[in-house]
Design a protein around this ligand. Structure first.
Ligand SMILES: Cc1cc2nc3c(=O)[nH]c(=O)nc-3n(C[C@H](O)[C@H](O)[C@H](O)COP(=O)(O)OP(=O)(O)OC[C@H]3O[C@@H](n4cnc5c(N)ncnc54)[C@H](O)[C@@H]3O)c2cc1C
Length: 234
């Protein structure tokens, strides 16, 4: 079984989405043990979208340039201030001694609570190919939040190079495949019937040949599905 291990660094709010994928093992950089770097995510103006009206989980077109600048300023100021307070609480000179000997060194596991969700965390994330495809299917999808999607897209590029045949099969049979519900199938069958549209098996197989479908079993399975959808002449 192919396994893939990624060393990924992402804003904490992206990690919170990513960690929902339970079929991977994670070894995260511990902010109880180590001091987090002063690194935080600021979105580019073109992805600073307004709240979507149609999807409560999403964003629509970008805010104006002026508003994007104002939001960027707030994000930078807040993160910088939070980090300053984090460092103040840690009171660590980098050698394990207090910077200010008059104050205690507040615990790392507590000091971190003052950091905002756009600070970066990092981890090693290991999973097998099957579950990695599942992750990419969900997170490279346009419905996924942009900030996690960019990771999924980068990981997809790595996989395409590493396992080209498996990637092709994933695209053909998972990523671009469509599942129809029973009501959807009924609508499809009905519209075909009302418009008197159907095809013979030979017509379908000829078309399959011209699109390059050669596998016998794949053709048989396709005919079965088309039959279910009412596409085949009785
Ligand atoms: C666009 C989008 C929007 C989302 N919105 C929300 C939201 O609003 N709120 C929210 O809480 N989450 C949300 N999620 C997260 C989502 O509900 C899943 O938790 C996440 O995508 C992980 O998917 P998964 O469970 O299939 O993956 P994995 O945890 O990797 O599991 C893979 C598969 O393994 C099987 N599996 C894993 N663990 C078990 C188990 N213990 N028992 C049985 N089967 C198991 C299941 O078949 C599962 O599909 C969203 C995800 C996406 C992509």
């Amino acid at each position: 079984m192919d396994e893939f291990k990624f060393h990924a660094k992402m804003p904490i709010f992206v990690a919170r989405q990513w960690v929902r994928h339970r079929t991977a093992s994670i070894n995260e950089y511990s902010a109880r043990f180590s001091i987090l770097d002063k690194e935080f995510y600021i979105p580019e103006p073109e992805v600073m979208g307004i709240q979507s009206k149609s999807n409560r989980q999403g964003r629509d077109e970008s805010v104006s340039k002026e508003q994007a600048e104002a939001i960027k300023k707030l994000l930078i100021e807040d993160a910088a201030r939070n980090y300053e307070h984090y460092e103040f609480m840690l009171n660590d000179d980098g050698m394990g001694k207090p910077k200010d000997p008059e104050r205690d060194m507040f615990a790392r596991e507590l000091s971190r609570m003052d950091l905002s969700l756009n600070f970066y965390t990092q981890w090693y994330w290991k999973t097998d190919l099957h579950n990695l495809f599942h992750f990419l299917h969900l997170r490279a999808d346009p419905h996924a939040q942009y900030e996690i999607r960019v990771y999924a897209e980068a990981m997809s590029g790595i996989l395409k190079d590493a396992v080209p045949l498996a990637w092709e099969a994933f695209e053909d049979y998972e990523l671009y495949a469509t599942k129809l519900s029973r009501p959807e199938q009924q609508v499809m069958a009905q519209v075909m019937k009302e418009n008197n549209i159907s095809f013979s098996k030979d017509e379908i197989l000829n078309s399959a040949g011209s699109t390059g479908m050669t596998n016998k079993r794949e053709k048989e399975e396709m005919l079965e599905k088309f039959e279910k959808l009412g596409l085949i002449k009785k």
